[in-house]
Design a binder for this molecule. Structure first.
Ligand code: NAI
Length: 387
């Protein structure tokens, strides 16, 4: 059986990675960008990536040639005409996405799927630009796309079952971990992960501990690969703050997602993190590493406060049918490398312990942000576990 041709619109960070993934899975790929410099950069960086794969012995010279020859770089939408699916990865602006989706629909055949890699726009709103919105779906990769296994698949209310099934089968065939998510802000990962940053910032703002101590608690006690402040510096405080603000607005200002002034000031000061040489930590050459206060009792308190907030968010995603139990756990372990799925973690800690901790935060602060999820209460009452 010959594989369908894949189109990718946008040859930036995400588009070039997605094109590589599709070509490595044997598809012929058309990568289109209006900016010829972007196409050139994507080509150069793909050559380098493929060379490195050869050096590491992951592919041989012959396979490298084949993968390279499968990708056509183009600045014309007309080259999409034989594609069975196009994944759009251009700038995050709804009006521009509407325009390109209309243009793509006018070129492709009736059964071509038109997907978006958007992180924050609703798929229903993107699809509304099409004559046939049933062919529109969200296919959300993580950066870097060739390395991160998770892909969130987001059917909109207009999406047909066939579009969903074809997309899911295709992503499975690319050896990715596909999860299915309702068309809601932040999908799974960008929603459930918010407290990792937000609660860490809040703990700092209350003066309970400094950045280094909070990071130490989450890595050494929690087993996370990076602490929240190191991770925010890595993502960039400009990018991470904007995601938080977008999710907060999209949830009609639910206090659970409230952004932090500390991060906002860091963003305003240009303290973006690694890329600017300074963020919560100093990345200059002669920087003195920040010392953590490695007090086990304090560390445990910090870890527990952040983990129960993360678990509460994961439970909310199941409670509101955003995704299944398994998909929520798969998303956090494969999309952001959490050491364990949060629902699995909840079982291990004991749901009653999680509820008690949330309840005590809720009582201490009297803030809605700490309200325990109704599903958690119900499960504790019924003596249930997630697995
Ligand atoms: P980028 O800025 O690296 O690349 C965007 C590319 O689209 C540029 O090369 C630009 O020339 C091209 N472009 C802009 N308008 C166009 C048009 N009208 N027609 C054709 N090409 C056009 O952006 P990035 O980071 O790759 O993001 C792309 C999309 O992926 C966005 O929707 C973003 O929200 C989403 N995303 C980004 C992630 C990330 O970590 N960067 C992760 C997951 C999703």
């Amino acid at each position: 059986m010959s594989l369908i041709q894949i189109g990718v619109l946008g040859a930036g960070t995400m588009g070039s990675g997605i094109a590589q993934v599709a070509a490595q899975s044997g598809h012929s790929v058309v990568l289109v960008d209006v900016n010829t410099d972007a196409l050139k950069r994507a080509g150069d960086s793909l050559q380098k990536v493929l060379d490195r794969l050869v050096e590491k012995g992951k592919i041989d010279e012959n396979q490298k040639e084949q993968i390279w020859n499968r990708i056509q770089f183009s600045s014309s939408f007309d080259d999409f005409k034989n594609c069975g699916m196009i994944i759009e990865a251009i700038i995050e602006k709804l009006e521009v996405k509407h325009e390109v989706f209309k243009k793509m629909e006018s070129i492709v055949s009736a059964d071509c799927i038109l997907a978006s890699n958007t992180s924050s726009l609703s798929i229903a709103s993107i699809g509304s630009a099409l004559q046939n919105p049933t062919r529109c779906i969200g296919i959300h990769f993580f950066n870097p796309a060739p390395l991160m296994p998770l892909v969130e698949i987001i059917p909109a209310i207009q999406t047909s079952d066939l579009t969903l099934k074809t997309s899911k089968d295709l992503i499975d065939s690319w050896k990715k971990k596909a999860v299915i998510v309702k068309d809601t802000p932040g999908f799974i990962v960008n929603r459930v992960a918010r407290p990792f940053y937000g609660e860490a910032l809040r703990i700092y703002e209350e003066g309970i501990a400094d950045f280094a101590t909070i990071d130490w608690a989450m890595t050494s006690i929690g087993g996370f690969r990076m602490g929240p402040f190191t991770l925010m510096d890595y993502i960039g405080n400009d990018v991470n703050y904007t995601v938080t603000e977008t999710v907060f607005e999209a949830f009609y200002y639910d206090p659970r997602f409230k952004p932090s002034f500390t991060q906002k000031r860091h963003k305003e000061a240009g303290y973006y993190g690694r890329k600017s040489g300074k963020g919560f930590f100093d990345y200059s050459e002669n920087a003195i590493p920040a010392n953590a206060n490695e007090d086990p009792k304090l560390g445990q308190e910090i870890f527990e406060r952040i983990i129960v907030m993360l678990i509460n968010e994961a439970i909310d995603a199941v409670f509101l049918n955003i995704a299944s139990r398994d998909d929520v756990d798969v998303a956090m372990t494969n999309g952001v490398n959490y050491p364990k799925g949060l629902l699995n973690w909840a079982d291990e800690m004991g749901l009653a312990v999680v509820l008690e901790k949330l309840q005590s935060l809720f009582e201490e602060y009297g803030e809605d942000r700490y309200r325990p999820n109704p599903l958690l209460r119900k499960m504790v009452k019924g003596g249930q576990t997630f697995y």
